[in-house]
Design a protein around this ligand. Sequence first.
Ligand SMILES: NC(=O)c1ccc[n+]([C@@H]2O[C@H](COP(=O)([O-])OP(=O)(O)OC[C@H]3O[C@@H](n4cnc5c(N)ncnc54)[C@H](O)[C@@H]3O)[C@@H](O)[C@H]2O)c1
Length: 435
Amino acid sequence: MSQKIASPKGKLGILMPGMGAVSTTFMAGVHAIRKGLGAPIGSLTQLGAIRLGKRTDNRSPKISDFVPLAGLDQLVFGGWDIFEDNAYESAMNASVLEPTLLAKIKPQLQKIKPMPAVFDKRYVRLIDGPNVKSKGNLMDKAEALMDDIKTFRKANACDRLVMIWTGSTEVFHKPAKVHQTMESFEQALVANDPNIAPSQVYAYAALMSGVPFANGAPNLTHDVPALLNLARDRELPVCGKDFKTGQTLMKTLIAPGLKARMLGCSGWFSTNILGNRDGEVLEDPGSFKSKEETKLSVLDTILQPQLYPMLYKDLYHAVRINYYPPRGDAKEGWDNIDIFGWLGYPMQIKIDFLCRDSILAAPIVLDLVLFLDLAQRAGMKGIQEWLSFYFKAPMTAPGLYAEHDIFIQLMKLKNTLRWMRGEDLITHLGLEYYD
Ligand SMILES: NC(=O)c1ccc[n+]([C@@H]2O[C@H](COP(=O)([O-])OP(=O)(O)OC[C@H]3O[C@@H](n4cnc5c(N)ncnc54)[C@H](O)[C@@H]3O)[C@@H](O)[C@H]2O)c1
């Protein structure tokens, strides 16, 4: 039986706290694609197909024809930032996209002006800006964000909204008592409790306004009982954390392959140079710690040293990020992987990935907002584990380990879409072909 899914009619508003490199590359990209100036490469919702039924059925529609997704021409954009630059100026600063391309969509981008942010320097220590909400306590600021959301919805005649955190990485932060219940969380907002991070104020404002929320950074944000319960109570889908791009994408492509062939791994050293604002923020050990946690968790979960101690028990895994301004957004990531095979004989793999961070992240933002909107229209609420495919540190139900293997994640995503439409799930058993 297929799930009831409301039609994606009308405008879908995309709200982004943080209008930096990722966010502006995404918005500019959508405008450029609409004008026929480029193609949505890297986006599963725009390019991917899905096999249905048996292999002999020859049914592989495009995902966008199979499930009802909002179209690119239905999207409108808004955001908040501590800097006053509009989306055109910010995209020029980020220097990800060519000025000649940005010039062609300048009028559309110039109209996207950041609303004043909720900011706390204790959570992002290496940058500061003037465009902030300064009045009142955190509850007043949350209410101001809810007003912003309401005004945006009305001004743009949006049918539905989705919020996605594309702001800087906040310092590492553990769940505290104030994050446990809605009551303690709201009291903490009124009391300006230092345990509440700005990203949590945005997540609260979104959920209170009936808006699904995704987190593209590794911050704790809505991964706490109070906000997860709020999402369930309000019947809103949420997901996170930390877009899986660059080096971690490579890790989740290679590590499952090594494990599949029962090859051992004794060391994996990853280092990066990048020179964008994200790199600057990650110079702060507090913000880097948030990133390190999500980057390190990946290998352990994929390789399962508890099941395969001979192969992975002694794995030495280190991740370094170095701020190096000359490279801007064009990051370079090196991996040295020490592996071993038959009789323990050692081998090495070297990867030098000259990637473009925001070029890899923009299609992820697009897919996430379209799929979250789909989940909302299909009545799905709480953590959307089927969207793990896009994250370095997928959120899961308490007590459940996260699935990091990208191929299992993709199967889960596609099976969820099949389930939504009442199609058979694909198990790959395939015995019937040999009967
Ligand atoms: N680019 C990637 O491939 C990638 C991958 C995974 C995660 N991320 C994460 O995505 C986020 C965005 O990355 P980016 O490259 O666009 O960074 P960026 O520094 O270019 O943009 C982040 C923006 O957020 C703003 N900001 C910070 N705190 C804010 C607040 N409280 N409210 C509103 N705005 C705020 C900053 O002023 C900045 O303009 C970062 O947390 C990054 O770690 C990026």
